[in-house]
Design a protein around this ligand. Structure first.
Ligand code: PLP
Length: 427
């Protein structure tokens, strides 16, 4: 942010991403962004995972432009519209039916945290219990209910009030590998004197997006589901960041074979960066009374139009999914190579699918690298409790050339940062 800019003058200190990337951006296409001075950047942040299908995706853009040109209805509360009808039909035909998922869909307010609030409310209403289990390093949004389920101290500190109704449990791999976090939870639930109230639900991310790309093992997720069924606890998968194709399948939990009771989707659901959030849940859980959970912006028809186009273009068959799988293997291989080259500063690679990153021992190093790559034309962000993980979240539609270009920038920047830190050791 240059001194005297309108951003400094008028925009609150709460600004976040703009601090890492202090340029005024004006144009974007696919995996590329340009600033007002015509500088080009590769986008490995992709709206924190809201742009899985790239900026201004041509198929989605055409559908939206046609819709607007025909005076298609933009705002409609939750009234039935043609755009919503097509979105629901395509969700059923391309996503739910092929996966044997008998879910109903609730449209919530437009942001991810709105979907999480609705999911938690529903779980509490269905079970008549209040407590919810969430996991260390989980991130579920910043409105009060979702924030109570979020681990991050910095975000929790912003609440300004006590955050109630949740108990935290160690995520898979949080403690050393000999510690069985499912057994721990099972024991707490069964013990009358553990101090843990029987929860309404467990809310979990299969890969913790903001929490540092901690990845739950398939077997752990299966055991978590079993535990939930045993104690009649609802299993909520927050698939807001890991869903919508990010891991190569539409939902991130497909490979594990689990069927969550409730699923939240947002970020890349519209495919176009337009706000759209939904909660999917098993039909028998639909205990809402009409209008009981409401909201003015639950019918973003522009987002319905682009979401429908996305589902038709990319999820009619397995072509796209296989393509993402190939790219993710390439990404994994390259990150492993980077880790091997810089073993002494990189602790490990993390993640799954096209949601991977590298964890540095020293958070300051991760910060230096992110600043450095920006000067070389790459936008990428960090995650984890101390922002020690550099997270690759590029559009799934990125070309292999662009993917390699961005990773080359990342690799070179790490080397340069090392030279600057240890000029003698570098020779
Ligand atoms: C981003 C995110 C949210 C919150 O979404 P907002 O649109 O920022 O409210 C919730 N859960 C997960 C897993 C997320 O990544």
């Amino acid at each position: 942010m240059s001194r005297g800019s309108i951003f400094n003058e008028l925009e609150s200190q709460v600004q976040c991403y703009a601090r890492s990337f202090p340029k005024t951006l004006s144009k974007a296409k696919g995996a590329e962004i340009w600033d007002v001075n015509g500088n080009r950047y590769l986008d490995f942040l992709a709206g924190a995972g809201s742009l899985n299908y790239g900026h201004n995706n041509p198929f989605l853009k055409k559908a939206l432009l046609d819709f607007i040109a025909q005076d298609g209805i933009t705002h409609s509360l939750d009234l039935h519209t043609k755009a919503k009808e097509e979105f629901l039909t395509t969700m059923r035909d391309n996503i739910l039916a092929p996966r044997n998922l008998d879910y109903v869909i609730q449209f919530t307010g437009p942001t991810g945290t709105n979907a999480v609030e609705a999911a938690l409310k529903l779980a509490r209403k269905v079970t008549g219990r209040t407590n919810v289990i969430s996991f260390t390093n989980g991130f579920h949004g910043v409105s009060a209910g979702a924030l109570a389920a979020t681990g991050n101290k910095h975000h929790r500190g912003g609440a300004g009030m006590p955050l109630h109704g949740t108990s935290f449990c160690p995520f898979d791999g949080y403690l050393d590998d000999s510690f069985d976090t499912i057994k721990y939870l099972d024991t707490l639930i069964q013990d009358n004197s553990s101090g843990l109230d029987l929860p309404a639900a467990v809310i979990v991310e299969t890969i913790q997006g903001e929490g540092g790309l901690n990845t739950a093992r398939v077997e752990w997720l299966q055991r978590l589901q079993k535990l939930c069924r045993k104690h009649e606890i609802l299993l909520i998968v927050d698939d807001i960041q890991a869903g919508c194709g990010r891991t190569g399948t539409f939902f991130s939990f497909e490979k594990s074979g689990i069927v969550p009771d409730i699923v939240t989707l947002s970020k890349s659901l519209s495919g176009y960066g337009l706000p759209l959030s939904i909660v999917l849940f098993k039909r028998e859980l639909d205990v809402w009374k009409p209008g009981e959970h409401n909201g003015t912006f639950r019918g973003n028809n522009h987002a319905f139009v682009t979401a429908t186009a996305m589902l038709k273009e990319y999820w009619s068959d397995l072509t796209f999914s296989k393509n993402v799988e190939l790219k993710s293997r390439h990404l994994s291989m390259r990150l492993e190579e980077i880790k091997t080259s810089f073993n002494h500063i990189i602790k490990e690679t993390r993640g799954r699918g096209m949601m991977r990153g590298i964890c540095f021992y020293d958070p300051a190093m991760a910060q230096d690298v992110v600043s450095k790559v920006f000067t070389k034309g790459l936008i990428i962000e960090r995650a984890g409790p101390n922002d020690e993980v550099i997270k690759c979240l590029m559009p799934l539609t990125i070309t292999i050339e662009q993917l390699n270009e961005g990773l080359d920038i990342l690799e070179n920047a790490i080397l340069e940062c090392l030279h600057e830190k240890m000029p003698l050791a570098a020779e």
